[in-house]
Design a protein around this ligand. Sequence first.
Ligand code: TIU
Length: 221
Amino acid sequence: MAPIHMKPRDGTIDLERTAVVIIDMQRDFLLPGGFGEKLGNDVSKLTRAIQPCQKVLEAARARNMLVIHTREGHRPSMADVHVWKKDKHGTVPPAIGEMGPMGRILIRGEEGHDIIEELYPITGEPVVDKPGKGSFYATDLEAILQAQNITTLLVMGVTTEVCVHTTIREANDRGYHCIAVSDACASFFDDFHKTALRMITAQGGIFGSVTDSASVVAALQ
Ligand code: TIU
C-alpha cells in the first residue's frame, strides 16, 4: 500500500490493484490536422499534459503496474459512427473519415489515430479501441480490469471534460476508485478543465479523487 496525496482527502493505494489508464493521447487530438483541430480547437492546449503523463508512465512501468492506453476511433467503413457524431445535425463540418495530413481522421489503422511517440505503448500494455467517449462502452476494458483484479484507476489523458470524465463516470458506477491526475489531463478549454476536476472531488468525492503527477511519482517511489 502506498500513501498518496489526493483531494478531497489523502489516502493509500494498493499498487498491485491499481492500473494507469491513459486516455486518447492520439495524434488526432494532439497534433495539427487531426480531429481536435477539425472541431475548431487549438490543439496546442493539450501538449501540456504530455510531460506529466510521461512521468507517471515511467514510474508505473518501473513498478510493473498495469498500464492501459485507449484510442477513440472508428472502423474504416464508418459503420460504427452514429449520425450525431457524423455531422451533429450540420452544425460543424464533418471530419471523421476525411483525408487529412495524418490519414483518414479518427479511423483505426491510420497514422493520426495512433498514440503520440512520447507515450507509445510497449509490448504487453493493452490498447483499448473505443468508438465513444467512455472507455467502457463497446470495449473489453472491464474484462481486462476484472481479470487483473484492479480496483483503482489512475486516469489521465485528453480531454478532461470529455473522454477522461466520461471514463471516470463509467468506472465510478462500476465500483472503481478513480484518481484523476490533474496536470496529466488537458482540455481545449481552461475553464472546463478546472471545473471538470472540481466536479470529481465535489460532494466528498462524488466521482473519485484528484491528484497530480508529482504526487503519483512520489507514491510509486
Ligand atoms: N478523447 C476525447 O476527449 N474526445 C473528444 O472528442 N474530445 C473533445 O474534447 N472534443
